[in-house]
Design a protein around this ligand. Structure first.
Ligand code: ATP
Ligand code: MG
Length: 556
């Protein structure tokens, strides 16, 4: 397990509570769990919960379980189970032996449902779903009792057994807890415990045709696993009285303590599996691992290192009040780590041809280039230099404004690691577009300095026309230009410019066999990684070199 989550004990209200519970001797071993429902891929919001649960367990010498809350076979798939395990491991955490499933407890939960029936605290209700909803009342009006609410224990038991035996179609009846139809908390108005669903379950197959609700399974699963601290997001605060009611009315083996914390929200981002599923199904993105997605799989493919995600989550901290974190803060964490780790290379994203007229045809020189400016041990590499080069189209302007110091007619600049060159002529095509620059170089400036002390105002990157390798560059922009996209109507807020593909880029020769997934900085352009899914030379931009959010916001 990574040790960068450690050494943070006691720095938030949850860690304070756990520290107290340990100090008071209430618990010897701290047990937490991360409980995903396998109905989608994990997103960066889940990373907050993962870092918290696994981090706390690690800091307090306890353990953290991975438990799949797999109570709804209509929405759950093996693909998601596999992806979740892969992503938790990738993020740097290990559940060891402690992999569990709510479905492991179906038999126990069924027995507890029978227990509630026998003690007069649950009943089978035949009311149709719509009617039941209408009868639950509102915040100002109490619920109305179903005419089946006072069924006898024997009849309830018989019907519940027959529900399990498969005698009834989906939706024909449900098992409900008998709590309080006038409760101010709607969750206590006789919530549904079991529903009929003739669906194949990824783990239990066709063994069951009734399934417990999430609410009936969740707290008891924690109790079965002796989870000491059940950390969950604020939307479960209203469910706590119900979970407590179950713990009070069932012979559970332990009593977990539930503590709620705020969900992670990030500007320009929607962290909801429902919306992410619709983005995938609707073809708005190429898949769950599309690098524009806030999923862990998407961030990985985009080149974000797991340590940067952990670092970001640590900086966000854990609090009880909901808030929205600036997307720039995430980029900052990514940039900071990649700045240390990514070797430097040169690539030209939008090439413009340059011919050095006074450089002999056929000559090639090898120049030394440093791999990392802050890390001499990273060493140097050799890059070839020739008469025909490519430079970045943006590094030339025919009529430059005042503050543009790069190439322009008559202007001299430095080619990184190479020579000073001066632009002598501009070649255009029939439409008037600039297609080539004719330049000269100063042979005395090899390595980047002129012996006469002459200064240039800019240093630009380049590759040779002959040795460079063609590459595709994928530049990612926010999926949503609005800082607060509307989850209910997200399609309207989708940006049309979230993916920019540059298919004529050229990369220095050493990049021909770049390792997919490894970080690299293209000098003056940003951090990139070779795509892990494409066979050709495709690079994903992980993040630019500078904060561009201010610009995005101004436009949005
Ligand atoms: P979504 O709302 O995206 O559909 P979910 O809460 O339904 O997510 P689960 O699989 O139930 O997804 O989540 C597993 C755990 O991750 C839960 O304990 C949940 O509270 C937590 N979690 C989900 N989203 C966030 C978030 N944005 N920030 C922090 N924790 C989160
Ligand atoms: Mg959930």
């Amino acid at each position: 397990m990574p040790n960068d989550t450690a050494a943070e004990a006691g720095r938030d209200f949850i860690r304070d509570i756990i520290q107290d519970d340990r100090a008071s001797g209430r618990h010897k071993t701290i047990v937490t769990r991360f409980p995903p429902e396998p109905n989608g891929y994990l997103h960066i919001g889940h990373a907050k919960s993962i870092c918290l649960n696994f981090g706390v367990a690690q800091e307090f010498g306890g353990r953290c379980h991975l438990r799949f809350d797999d109570t709804n076979p209509a929405k759950e798939e093996q693909e998601y189970i596999d992806a979740i395990m892969r992503d938790v491991r990738w993020l740097g955490f290990d559940w060891g032996q402690h992999l569990y499933h709510a479905s492991d407890y179906f038999e126990q939960l069924y027995a507890w449902a029978e227990h509630l029936i026998k003690t007069g605290k649950a009943y089978v209700d035949d009311t149709a779903v719509d009617e039941m909803r209408a009868m639950r009342g509102t915040l100002t009006e109490p619920g109305r009792p179903s005419r089946f609410r006072d069924r006898g224990v024997d009849e309830n038991l018989d019907l519940f057994h027959r529900m399990r035996a498969g005698e009834f179609p989906d939706g024909a009846r449900v098992l409900r807890a008998k709590i309080d139809l006038a409760a101010g908390n709607m969750n206590l108005r006789d919530p549904v415990l079991y529903r009929i669903l003739h669906a194949e379950h990824p783990r239990t197959g066709t063994a069951w045709c009734i399934y417990p609700t999430y609410d009936f399974a969740h707290g008891q699963s924690d109790a079965i696993e002796h989870v000491t601290h059940s950390l969950c997001t604020l939307e479960f605060e209203d469910h706590r009285p119900l979970y407590d009611w179950f713990l009070d009315n069932l012979p559970v083996p332990s009593r977990p303590r539930q503590i709620e914390f705020a969900r992670l929200n990030i500007t320009h981002t929607i962290l909801s599996k429902r919306v992410l599923t619709e983005l995938v199904r609707g073809g708005h993105v190429s898949g769950w691992d599309d690098p524009r997605m806030p999923t862990l799989a998407g961030l990985r493919r985009r080149g974000v290192p797991p340590a940067a995600i952990r670092d970001f989550i640590r900086r966000v901290g854990v609090a009880r009040a909901n808030s929205v974190v600036d997307a720039a803060m995430f980029d900052h964490a990514v940039r900071e780590l990649l700045n240390k780790e990514a070797p430097r290379r040169m690539a030209v994203l939008r090439p413009l041809k340059v011919t050095i007229e006074n450089y002999p045809e056929g000559r090639v020189e090898q120049l030394d280039a440093i791999n990392h400016p802050d890390d001499p041990s990273a060493g140097t590499r050799q890059i070839p230099f020739r008469r025909e080069l490519y430079v970045e189209r943006d590094d030339f302007m025919e009529s430059p404004p005042k503050k543009f110091f790069r190439l322009a007619p008559g202007r001299e600049v430095r080619l990184r690691y190479a020579y000073f060159i001066a632009c002598k002529a501009v070649v255009k095509d029939a439409s008037g577009a600039v297609v080539e620059l004719r330049c000269t170089y100063d042979p005395a400036s090899r390595g980047g300095n002129s012996p006469d002390g002459r200064k240039v105002q800019a240093t630009i990157h380049w590759v040779t026309a002959q040795d460079s390798v063609p590459a595709e560059m994928r530049l990612y922009n926010p999926l949503f230009t609005k800082p607060d996209p509307d989850a209910a109507n997200f399609a309207a807020d989708l940006s049309p410019n979230s993916l920019e593909v540059l298919s004529d880029a050229r990369a220095e020769p050493s990049l021909a066999d770049a390792t997919p997934g490894a970080p690299v900085q293209f000098e003056r352009q940003g951090y990139f990684t070779r795509d892990t899914a494409e066979a050709g030379l495709v690079f994903n931009r992980t993040v630019g070199l500078r904060d561009t959010w201010a610009k995005v916001q101004a436009k949005g």
